[in-house]
Ligand binder design. Structure first.
Ligand code: GTP
Length: 600
């Protein structure tokens, strides 16, 4: 059997901002992967938007070579990156499945955060060796002893030996790598057995076509091999295999235990589904590896081009985006108010914002997004169960037997002094407390919360009531009966489908009032009065009016400077860009998303 004892496959589990990318960059620098100049940019966060927002979205990998001072041996380190935001937590377990170990990086000045706890449990469940690392030791406010104790109390792993380091100053970074090669076990796998490799991630590259990141569990994956994926069964010839170090580096083969990329002339991302198993055409009976849970979008919204001429471009852009983002869902939608667009499904609000930003920036589209919503389970009087991701397609109240909303289990970690405000927030959001534990300075609370209350602004509210200290992790558990109604918004008497919302009956009155007030601020004054009404069924529950504009903007330029008048009109036109004419009223994008700005 080939010796695999020099290979270490690992991930880093860390909360956003605790220093994962900085540590990864240090590793790359220490292992000689890149020059100083190339290091000027953090390399792992490869997309522009990721870099700007400072968050990691797509799983990536990097292969490094490290010579241990302790035993003089040279190791091949395969680092599989994981995304940090809660919207993308499903990708974490995918990355972890390719590893034997994980570094749990905790900011020594902050302490453990809920999401790291959840990811750490996933790692432990998957049998990984978890090595605690205390980062940011250069900060004067670092409290390594307290944080080490917290790791033991909250997560339950021994942290007495936790490596103390600073990715910024470089302090202790050698020790991190030494501990990594000492504690993480090497992979096992029979190199001579028939090929079996798990697809961890697939993405579309303009030059190479579909590239997949794979973990070979047994056998060898060689250039020119004939392979196929278990679920699709179409044969392909391997064009190239290799690793990222972090530059793309082609190899002749990838062996059992190794992680790397494969390109095999696959044209569409659907041809290399994540979680699928690649096997050799000459051994078609090789069993499939356990795949991953299929992820479903949690938040849906309509997106409509401001100009209807852009519809085809919009479709192309969405198609291109899904090549690299299998979690983005879209289907055509037509709205009376907004015309033709697409109903899109996202993993969460951050995902939605990122997609909208990419569509506007990379594809130069002007879009109007309707209010985001979760999916409801509706039992009709005839017994049929349907799933509604668009309030305007909710069947008539008369044919509905029962409405059920999605419930999530939320795990919140919060310092004791902010516990009171977090509990108040959770009850305001219709939460039911399930569990509470004191763990040193922090308290761990578990709540069942309606998903609709969580996805919109809960995270921001949680941060603000706890001065940034509380952290959150949540996952869908079930649909549960709830007293829900559709809240319609009427503009000058006409129901605007894209403004409808599904809300809890107890909140409907307050929501209707706040929403109409907010929209009054957001809809610009027009040449006539604009009445904004909120209604349930045919019953109006709130009303405001945007008073007519009396003055003509260009009036003061009469007889004067024509170019100034032109400029003014131009400016007005630009301001109009993200507006949509509904009936004879111009409604800006912000009004469609007014629901995000109101508290119920
Ligand atoms: N003082 C100090 N700052 C650090 C250290 N390590 C990282 N930082 C800083 O902490 C911030 C966040 O670091 P990142 O490495 O981007 O955090 P991350 O965990 O990768 O964040 P995501 O990519 O969003 O998951 C940056 O401003 C870093 O410069 C450290 O050891 N000491």
């Amino acid at each position: 059997m080939t010796d695999l004892s020099h290979i270490r496959n690992f991930s880093i589990i860390a909360h956003i901002d605790h220093g994962k990318s900085t540590i990864a960059d240090r590793f790359i620098q220490m292992c000689g992967g890149l020059t100083e100049r190339e290091m000027a940019q953090q390399v792992l966060d490869s997309m522009d938007i990721e870099r700007e927002r400072g968050i990691t979205i797509k799983a990536q990998s990097v292969t490094l070579s490290f010579t241990s001072a302790r035993d003089g041996k040279t190791y091949q380190l395969n680092f599989i990156d994981t995304p940090g935001h809660v919207d993308f937590s499903y990708e974490v377990s995918r990355s972890l499945s390719a590893c034997e170990g994980a570094l749990l990086v905790v900011d020594a000045a902050q302490g453990v955060e809920a999401q790291s706890v959840a990811n750490c449990y996933t790692a432990i469940e998957q049998g990984l060796e978890v090595i605690p690392v205390l980062n940011k030791m250069d900060l004067p406010q670092a409290e390594p002893d307290r944080v080490a104790q917290e790791i033991e109390d909250v997560i339950g792993i021994d942290a007495t030996e936790a490596v103390r380091c600073s990715a910024k100053s470089g302090l202790g970074m050698e020790d991190v790598l030494e501990e990594l090669v000492r504690l993480v076990p090497p992979p096992v796998g029979d190199v001579d057995a028939p090929l079996q490799a798990l697809i961890i991630d697939s993405w579309f590259d303009n030059y190479m076509g579909v590239v997949s990141l794979v973990r070979v569990t047994q056998g060898t994956l060689k250039v020119k091999d004939k392979i196929f994926t278990k679920s699709i069964g179409k044969a392909h010839v391997v064009d190239s295999v290799g690793v990222f170090n972090p530059k793309l580096h082609k190899l002749k083969e990838l062996k059992a235990g190794e992680v790397g990329f494969i390109v095999a002339g696959i044209k569409e991302i659907q041809g290399a589904p994540v979680g699928d198993t690649i096997i050799s055409s000459s051994h078609p009976d090789t069993p499939a590896l356990p795949g991953f849970q299929q992820i479903k979008p949690q938040v849906y919204a309509g997106m409509f081009p401001v100009s209807s001429d852009d519809f085809e471009n919009f479709r192309d852009a969405l198609q291109k985006l899904t090549l690299n983002d299998a979690s983005l869902f879209f289907e055509p939608e037509s709205s009376d108010a907004l015309g033709f667009g697409f109903r899109c499904g996202f993993l969460g609000m951050l995902h939605m914002e990122i997609i909208q930003e990419r569509l506007e920036r990379e594809y130069d589209l002007d879009l109007i997004t309707s209010a985001p919503t979760v999916v409801y389970e509706v039992v009709k009087s005839n017994g049929e169960i349907i799933y509604v991701d668009n309030p305007s397609s909710l069947p008539d109240i008369g044919v509905i037997d029962e409405m059920r909303e999605p419930i999530v289990e939320a795990n919140i970690l919060v310092p004791q002094e902010h516990l009171g405000s977090v509990i108040t927030l959770c009850s305001e959001k219709r939460g039911i407390q399930r569990d509470m534990h004191y763990m040193g300075k922090q308290v761990s609370v578990k709540y069942d919360l309606p998903m609709s209350e969580v996805v919109l602004d809960f995270f921001d509210r949680l941060k603000s009531v706890s001065r940034g200290f509380a952290s959150l992790d949540y996952s869908f558990t079930r649909f549960q009966e709830a007293n829900l109604v559709r809240l319609d918004v009427l503009i000058n008497g006409d129901r605007v489908d894209a403004l409808a919302l599904i809300v809890h009956r107890d909140h409907a009155q307050g929501m209707g009032r706040n929403l109409t007030e907010k929209m009054k601020e957001l809809i610009p004054r027009q040449m006539f009065d604009v009445a904004i009404q909120a209604a349930i069924g045919g019953h109006v529950i709130a009303r405001t009016t945007v008073k007519a504009l009396r003055k003509n903007v260009t009036a003061k330029c009469y007889g004067g400077d024509a170019s100034r008048k032109k400029k003014l009109l131009q400016k007005q036109k630009e301001g109009k860009k993200r507006m949509k004419q509904v009936g004879n009223v111009e409604i800006p994008q912000s009004a469609f998303l007014a629901v995000l700005q109101v508290d119920n």
